[in-house]
Design a binder for this molecule. Structure first.
Ligand code: CMP
Length: 155
């Protein structure tokens, strides 16, 4: 997936910028957006920002206000869970959905493991997106169900 990031996509550190229409092509490769038409992908690209994180940047933490949802486009992130597990996430994976869904605190700390390019969506737009694009809600619910199963198997 990393190879499909448009030239000029990686900007200066911690820079956030609006997506252009050309990013719909990149989003088409993200499993979360599978099944969305080109028109819908352009809508998602329009409401999202692209943000670049240097390696070792803490992106999400229980100590910080939860204000965005992220989809990894390039690079790797590491989730440090409350149970002490370390989970690596690569391109196409998402994080930051839980606190936006229940308005609770962040459940884990997510750090950029390498330099990382992500798409971010604000809390308000994340909710709007889920309401307008139910096809996106399903993979998010599936991921949450998988996590509950894993935790119950470990308990
Ligand atoms: P949120 O609680 O908003 O912020 C921390 C994020 O880490 C959380 O959303 C999930 O996206 C992610 N996360 C939490 N626990 C796990 C887990 N067990 N496996 C993968 N990702 C997780």
């Amino acid at each position: 997936m990393g190879a499909s990031v448009p030239a000029g996509g990686m900007r200066s550190p911690a820079d956030a910028a609006a997506f252009g229409r050309e990013w719909a092509v990149v989003l088409a490769d993200v499993p979360l957006f599978a099944g969305l038409s080109k028109r819908h992908l352009r809508r998602v690209a329009k409401m999202a920002s692209k943000v670049r994180f240097p390696a070792r940047t803490v992106i999400v933490s229980p100590r910080r206000r939860a204000d965005a949802f992220y989809v990894i486009l390039d690079g790797k992130a590491e989730v440090a869970t409350a149970t002490g597990d370390l989970i690596e996430l690569g391109p196409g994976r998402f994080f930051g959905e839980m606190a936006l869904l229940d308005s609770g605190p962040r459940s884990a700390t997510v750090t950029a493991k390498t330099e990382m390019l992500a798409m971010s969506i604000s809390q308000r737009q994340f909710r709007e997106l889920l309401e307008s694009e139910p096809k996106i809600a399903f993979p998010i619910m599936r991921e949450l169900a998988t996590r509950v199963r894993r935790l119950e198997a470990e308990a």
